[in-house]
Write a protein that binds this ligand. Structure first.
Ligand SMILES: Cc1cc2nc3c(=O)[nH]c(=O)nc-3n(C[C@H](O)[C@H](O)[C@H](O)COP(=O)(O)O)c2cc1C
Length: 172
């Protein structure tokens, strides 16, 4: 089965986890980039206005794969906007896909995330996982801002990558 992991990252976490997964599972890694400079403000506005920002490579790059594993941050309860054109491509091609997030998971635990992803893709992901950076601080209160600014250690990336791999291996 031809499989790829496709990641988008604003502050680098999801790209790093995806990179580790691609190395460990020996699958291709495609990083989504944006034409326009991203800011926290435009991230929030894109979600609120339901925008679909322009991305590279073109989403039809996924057509050649049997299974596509997407990774992205969660923005305001939904998959980061740069994923939206890809999820629409998933809908159009009825492609098998999985969705994995390394989100903040602070005050909100993203209860409608899967439903929001499916609003774009229109069919169920083969696997779905929302991992929270806040899990690293389960013994103390931490604000969303602190979670956002936290510099993750390489061992922590590896722990999240292994959690994701456990789910991915069930569908390979
Ligand atoms: C505008 C914005 C909104 C966010 N909203 C949420 C949210 O609703 N739920 C959540 O768990 N994390 C939220 N986060 C935190 C990110 O999902 C989290 O920091 C993630 O690990 C960043 O991944 P990245 O480094 O790959 O960009 C938000 C971050 C930004 C910038």
């Amino acid at each position: 089965m031809k499989t790829a992991i496709v990641s988008y990252s604003f502050t680098g976490r999801n790209d790093r986890v995806a990179e580790i997964i691609s190395e460990k599972l020996q699958i291709e890694h495609i990083k989504i980039t944006e034409k326009k400079q991203r800011t926290i403000m435009t991230a929030a506005w894109d979600v609120m206005l339901g925008r679909k920002p322009k991305v590279a490579p073109s989403p039809d790059v996924i057509d050649q794969y049997d299974l596509v594993i997407f990774m992205s941050p969660v923005w305001m309860g939904t998959a980061a906007s740069p994923l939206h054109r890809y999820l629409i491509r998933v809908k159009k091609t009825k492609k098998d896909y999985a969705y994995i997030a390394l989100s903040g998971g602070g005050t909100e635990k993203n209860p409608t995330l899967k439903k929001n992803v499916m609003q774009w893709a229109k069919h169920e992901p083969k696997a779905f996982l929302d991992m929270h950076v806040s899990d690293l601080f389960s013994d103390k209160e931490i604000s969303n801002d602190e979670i956002q600014r936290y510099q993750m250690a390489e061992e922590e990336y590896l722990v999240f990558a292994d959690r994701a791999i456990t789910e991915i291996e069930k569908i390979l």
